[in-house]
Design a protein around this ligand. Structure first.
Ligand code: EPU
Length: 443
């Protein structure tokens, strides 16, 4: 994959997407599994690791701690040998490029009883505080200081306790889970996040020898184990439900008919129900494959983004594209982030009729969108603009592809295989290095 940050897509809309597409491993699971790998000495191997910039950034964070890593992109396998962890610092230049790397805090505190991790700033889609992560670690007995933009966490020992989260934060649940794996006694996380990625992390840790119970419910109990109980493992990441939902949206948007493989349909129940209400057809063809199709004008729907199992915020922008040409007026309420309607001005440039009032978007379906030059402002907004361009009449250019490369592996190849007309072209001849130009990208 070319890492040029000045690339764009040229997309000609109007082709119904048809055929089959294979969904990759879940970005938001694999990044956490990689962090968790440092808990066990020896070499852990993670399969179904998608070819994404974010995976490479997480590998850089882990390597910097002294672990040896290897990434076989062909086999989609990441190996992490964490026998020696010699550093406890995760630098700002890496954390600022990918806020998910903040998850290393809990893993380092567990393994080394000390961590110095750059505090991620806000990001384009919202303030994204980490106060629950920090309060959770303090409750376990870590002494926390915030100095010069870094969180310094130190603990002579960690002791299990009950921790209540004000909101079911995915990252806080994961950081506390990781920090409590080797604590004395039991930790109970109440109002825990219930996302499938949390279950994947718990399964990974349990395979490694940890004792995590109740993942997938609001009460997770972690019974502390000893360092010697943990061993390196081989593990396969769950499929990416957001990538799957993105392709389902693209097929519906173009009134296509395609089979989506390597998907766990139960992870998308809420989203599937909304697509069905819009008039799409969804058929289970195998336990991990569905056929999606749509014909004619879609019905509009209203929806509110919610923590899992509610409507996923990461698919809000895709659904907005579908509503933009549906019959009637649909209301979208974004309840997780302060600023996750960044696709709206670009969709308007393509002819959409969307009124935004704080965290509500009122989408009045128009007959069609028309091609325009637009720019990704974050990962999911970028993907939604690609879908809009595939659906629109005429040709569009979608700029700032580095956002999309962070979370969608071989996006244009998969779209092309489905018959979409999409080309990646360079707007500059001089390639930048892997991490260059990603400063705005902090999802
Ligand atoms: N929040 C706080 N304080 C905290 C933690 C969270 O106020 O200490 C707030 C955040 O500001 C946000 C809300 O709680 O408004 C939800 O945040 P959460 O912690 O649940 O999200 P996250 O762990 O930062 C993960 C995904 C996001 C996804 C959200 C919600 C990863 C790497 N990221 O973020 O994915 O939107 O959960 O499902 O797992 C994406 O993939 O495009 C993406 C943004």
């Amino acid at each position: 994959m070319d890492k040029n940050t000045d690339e764009k897509y040229i997309i000609t809309g109007g082709n119904p997407l048809k055929g089959e597409v294979l969904i990759g491993g879940a970005k938001n699971a694999v990044l956490k599994l990689m962090a968790a790998s440092i808990l066990a000495k020896g070499e852990t191997v993670i399969h179904n690791a998608p070819d994404l910039t974010d995976v490479e950034i997480m590998l850089s964070v882990i390597e910097q701690l002294g672990a040896k890593t290897h990434y076989d992109k062909e086999k989609q396998t990441v190996s992490i040998n964490a026998t020696d962890i010699t550093e406890v610092t995760a630098r700002y230049d890496l954390v600022s490029k990918m806020r998910a790397s903040f998850i290393i805090l809990g893993a380092l505190v567990s393994r080394c009883k000390e961590a110095v991790v750059a505090l991620p700033g806000g990001c384009a889609i919202g303030e994204r505080r980490v106060d629950f992560h920090i309060k959770g670690l303090e409750a376990l007995g870590a002494k926390i200081k915030i100095e010069n933009g870094y969180v310094h966490a130190k603990a002579s020992k960690l002791v299990g306790t009950d921790i209540y989260l004000d909101i079911p934060s995915v990252g806080a649940t994961e950081n506390i889970m990781l920090a409590s794996i080797l604590a004395e006694g039991s930790t109970k996380i109440q109002n825990a996040a219930r996302e499938p990625e949390i279950i994947d992390l718990a399964n990974f840790l349990n395979t490694m020898g940890a004792d995590v119970q109740g993942a997938g419910t609001s009460d997770i109990v972690i019974n502390g184990v000893k360092q010697d109980d943990l061993h390196p493992i081989e593990y396969t990441t769950i499929p990416d439900r957001i990538e799957a939902g993105t392709f389902m949206s693209a097929v519906v948007a173009t009134r296509g008919d395609a089979i989506i493989r390597n998907i766990y349909p139960a992870h998308l129940t809420f989203f599937n129900n909304k697509l069905l209400k819009m008039g799409a057809n969804i058929k289970l063809v195998e336990p991990t494959a569905i056929e999606v199709s749509a014909k004619g004008r879609l019905n509009t729907v209203n929806f509110v983004t919610q923590p899992y199992p509610g409507f996923p915020t990461d698919l809000q922008s895709m659904a907005m594209v579908l509503l933009s040409t549906a019959n009637g007026v649909g209301i979208i309420t974004e309840s997780l982030y302060e600023n996750r309607f960044m696709q709206v001005p670009d969709l308007r440039r393509m002819g959409a009729d969307i009124h935004q009032d704080r965290n509500h978007a009122i989408v009045k379906g128009v007959k069609k969108l028309t091609g325009a030059t637009v720019a990704s402002s974050d990962l999911r907004a970028g993907a939604s603009l690609v879908i809009a361009a595939l659906m629109a009449e005429g040709t569009s250019e979608v700029e700032n592809l580095y956002h999309i490369d962070r979370g969608y592996e071989r996006f244009e190849n998969k779209i092309k295989l489905l018959g979409g007309q999409i080309e990646r072209v360079s707007t500059h001849s001089d390639d930048t290095n892997l991490l260059g130009g990603l400063n705005e990208a902090r999802l």
